[in-house]
Design a protein. Structure first.
Length: 319
């Protein structure tokens, strides 16, 4: 009842309503007024009003290339050569064919962190259940581990090849489902050296840049997608003294010794092989003389940057 509510109160209510609507409009449609580029995402309370958040399954951030670059260089330490290669390729991707990376190096050098940051910087919406960005498909090679000793293949080849077919179909189905949801997906294949080469060969279809058949008369494209393979190829022979080109040669040699000619086509489709150097260790002389060991600058940077990203916990009273 307008009379009961009071015309004056009703007028104030309408003014407040219109003011709130304008504020929501400004916050959602003009990201430049926000304090952080990462806040341009789709996870705020009223961000469902943004067209790209409402109508896209995996909306990307505006100028995500620059956001990704800033994230990588501010978080990953000691890998400037690798980061320069990665950011250059991301800026140069035209969508005429998929962008394919192969991050190679030992554990703890930043491969997985870099891959994760690319997804965080590119996509504007986070999956509430998984906590990862919508648009990212994470594949673990360990999920496709089978008959590591080769006994099943010798004793029961029928069962062996049946299981290989199941894995191949599963991998292909998962990637197609992701591309159908988001054509410019980021697909991260971790533990890339674990699956059997027959399973890995499934990936060739998605990296070639040709239409991918998913039905009688239906095709999809992976040309807007980014694929990142993570491996430890060559890691045992990596040293700080090797040049970037020498590290690439080490990776190539290890790939050939492991796979031979079996996956040569898949290797040639990986245009951006990126070595991740090992972080420097104390010298033997420093250890033997019990001299004070200085922490390498790369390690200092890595620890410092990780601490900066830690959220304050109520139980960490000394923080």
């Amino acid at each position: 009842n307008l009379n009961a509510f009071g015309r004056g109160n009703a007028s104030k209510f309408l003014r407040m309503y219109h003011l709130s609507a304008w504020l929501v409009f400004l916050l959602c449609f003009f990201p430049g007024i926000q304090s952080s580029r990462l806040e341009e995402g789709c996870d705020c309370t009223m961000c469902f009003l943004k067209p790209k958040c409402a109508f896209s399954a995996c909306p990307t951030r505006d100028d995500y290339q620059e956001i990704v670059s800033n994230l990588l260089f501010s978080t990953v330490a000691g890998q400037d050569e690798a980061l320069n290669k990665i950011t250059s390729a991301i800026h140069g991707h035209t969508g005429s064919k998929p962008l394919v990376f192969h991050f190679a190096g030992d554990n703890g050098t930043g491969k997985t962190l870099a891959a994760t940051l690319i997804g965080k910087g590119k996509y504007a919406k986070t999956n509430k259940e998984s906590g990862t960005q919508d648009g990212v498909l994470y594949i673990r090679g360990n999920n496709f581990l089978y008959d590591e000793t080769g006994i099943i293949r010798k004793v029961n080849p029928t069962e062996y090849y049946h299981q290989m077919d199941i894995f191949k179909k599963q991998l292909r189905t998962d990637i197609i489902a992701q591309l159908q949801k988001c054509q410019d997906s980021l697909i991260i294949f971790d533990e890339y050296t674990i699956p059997n080469r027959r399973i890995l060969a499934v990936m060739e279809e998605f990296l070639e840049g040709n239409p991918i058949r998913v039905g009688e008369e239906k095709h999809i494209s992976a040309n807007g997608a980014t694929f990142i393979f993570l491996s430890d190829f060559g890691a045992e022979d990596f040293t700080q003294k090797l040049s970037y080109d020498e590290l690439l040669e080490v990776i190539e040699t290890d790939i050939i010794s492991c796979w031979g000619e079996n996956l040569l086509r898949l290797r040639h489709l990986q245009e951006n092989i990126v070595p991740f150097r090992p972080l420097p260790l104390p010298t033997e002389e420093e250890i033997q003389t019990n001299a004070p060991i200085s922490v390498p600058k790369g390690v200092q940077q890595l620890v410092s940057r990780l601490l900066q990203h830690l959220e304050k916990h109520e139980r960490l009273q000394s923080w």
